[in-house]
Design a protein around this ligand. Structure first.
Ligand code: NAD
Length: 471
């Protein structure tokens, strides 16, 4: 069993001032993996002080110097891809195909930030005016557990590219992944204090970052409820915020798609990362006239979504990260049945033979109306709501009838029509005909899905503040 007692502050591993100990539990079998000493407000303040000192020099670095920092981290972290992926599989229960993708995307974020920085004009001039894009200050980076390594890398890469120094408060459920990342940051031999990391809880270490006047910016990935609190509490020190919050993404299948291909794809989009994905397409909007055929295709396709131990290569859906998350998903499955949705596949309880871990039966509800709780609230587990529509306009209305606006999917053979539909959905990203990513395209949400954008130049700009000089 591993024991973690240190944070990473001012270029060194330092003993925790906070003395509360938590355990990291393997969600596949409930075995204890590690004991972790959690930091407190004093650890956070020490890290903020180190980042504040380092900002004096790092904020004045050139693009070339920042690129060198990003390249060094990328190089060291690339050599640890296997260790990072293993940590995500063991500690979070991620299935290898998805954990590998997440970790690769995270490490790649350093290279992508370097690329975006080259194309970003940090100085803009007209007449007798010059505008300089200045690093905003010390940034507090707070992450969620469902892709902790990716969020830590992405936020750190963007902030460093902008010339900010950072204090990271990773998810308290992700200490093993964080530990590997810390070793990478240390081995990269960075200037002291530009990256500091404190393990701890949200209401101690996270809250200190939000309230501390020496932190200029919070970049947060997590729930809408905590995002609202950060915005409220951060107002006292006029924090700049980037909030990447929840989603309830619609996936519209138009009536000209080939359902035999579109349905397996839609299930993959709903159940990605075992359903613990903010972008998951958890509201599947289908033409009512084709419902019978669609239900049969779903039942046939579900056989491919094998639940089990992530170590087994056949597994597509792993356990929920924690018992708490398991219970939360169960409560939504019960809620769906209570509200009168039809249970097509899955249901309450563990899948047979998997009672020892936080495993859920992948569940598909049909006969869902968009005002049901299961269609409005983020479940964050492998639960899909199928909602019928009569016309394309109605499908767009249903898609937009949500407090969230993070991601959406549209599939249709007539690409012009699919594009028209995509342009009417009020979300930060719409993917047409499939599932893909572009590391330079903005990521973030409308409405309660958050504030601001990450990735590429958009992500770096979130850590910059313009200063105009007029002569
Ligand atoms: P959470 O909001 O409970 O916690 C997120 C982080 O915030 C954790 O590190 C936690 O310790 C910290 N925190 C909690 N209270 C805090 C406080 N008062 N002040 C400062 N920090 C605090 O979310 P979670 O359960 O870890 O993650 C799941 C949520 O994250 C889901 O809602 C999901 O949709 C969202 N998410 C969004 C994106 C996106 O890109 N939009 C990506 C992944 C996950």
């Amino acid at each position: 069993m591993m024991t973690i007692t240190k944070h990473y502050i001012d270029g060194a591993f330092v003993e925790s001032h906070g003395r509360t100990v938590t355990e990291s539990i393997n969600p596949t079998n409930q075995h204890v993996l590690a004991s972790v000493m959690l930091g407190d407000e004093e650890d956070a303040r020490r890290a903020i002080a180190a980042a504040t000192r380092a900002f004096q020099r790092y904020s004045r670095t050139s693009k070339k110097e920042r690129s060198e920092v990003l390249r060094r981290i990328h190089e060291v972290a690339s050599a640890r891809l296997g260790d990072l992926t293993d940590a995500m599989i063991t500690e979070y229960g991620g299935v290898p195909q998805f954990a590998t993708l997440i970790v690769r995307t995270g490490v790649e974020a350093f290279r992508q930030a370097e690329k975006a920085l080259q194309g970003l004009a940090l100085e803009r001039k007209w007449d007798k005016t010059t505008v300089f894009l200045e690093p905003v200050g010390v940034a507090g980076l707070i992450t969620a557990w469902n892709a902790n390594a990716l969020f830590v890398c992405l936020k750190t890469a963007s902030a460093l590219a902008a010339g900010c120094t950072v204090v990271v408060k990773p998810s308290e459920l992700s200490c093993l992944q964080t530990q590997v990342l810390l070793e990478c940051l240390h081995d990269a031999g960075l200037p002291r204090g530009i990256v500091n990391v404190v393990n701890g809880l949200g209401d101690t270490v996270g809250a200190e970052l939000v309230r501390n006047p020496n932190v200029a910016k919070i970049s947060f990935t997590g729930s809408a409820a905590v995002g609202e609190k950060i915005m409220r509490d951060g107002a006292a020190t006029m924090k700049r915020v980037t909030l990447e919050l929840g989603g309830k993404s619609p996936n519209i299948l138009l009536d000209d798609v080939d359902f035999s291909k579109a349905i397996p794809m839609a299930l993959g989009i709903a159940f990605m990362n075992s359903g613990q994905a903010c972008a998951a397409g958890t509201r599947l909007l289908v033409p009512k006239s084709r419902l019978g055929e669609i239900k049969r295709t779903i039942v046939d396709a579900m056989g491919a979504f094998v639940v089990g131990d992530p170590a087994d290569p056949k597994t597509v859906i792993g356990p929920m990260v924690s018992k708490k998350q398991y219970e939360r998903v169960q409560s939504y499955i019960r809620k769906g049945m209570d509200e009168g949705a039809e249970l097509l596949v899955g249901g309450e309880g563990h899948p047979r033979g998997l009672e020892h871990g936080n495993f859920i039966k992948p569940t598909v509800f049909t006969g869902v109306s968009n005002d049901m709780t299961i269609a409005q609230e983020e479940i964050f587990g492998p639960v899909l709501c199928v909602i019928g529509y009569d016309t394309v306009d109605e499908a767009v209305d249903i898609a937009n009838d949500s407090r969230y606006g993070l991601h959406a999917f549209v599939s249709g053979a007539d690409i012009q029509r699919a594009r028209r539909v995509a342009s009417q959905i009020r979300v930060g990203r719409v993917v047409v005909n499939g599932m893909r990513d572009d590391p330079q395209a903005p990521w973030g949400g409308f409405k309660h899905s958050g504030v601001g954008r990450e990735y590429g130049a958009f992500g770096i700009e979130a850590f910059l503040e313009p200063r105009a000089i007029l002569e």
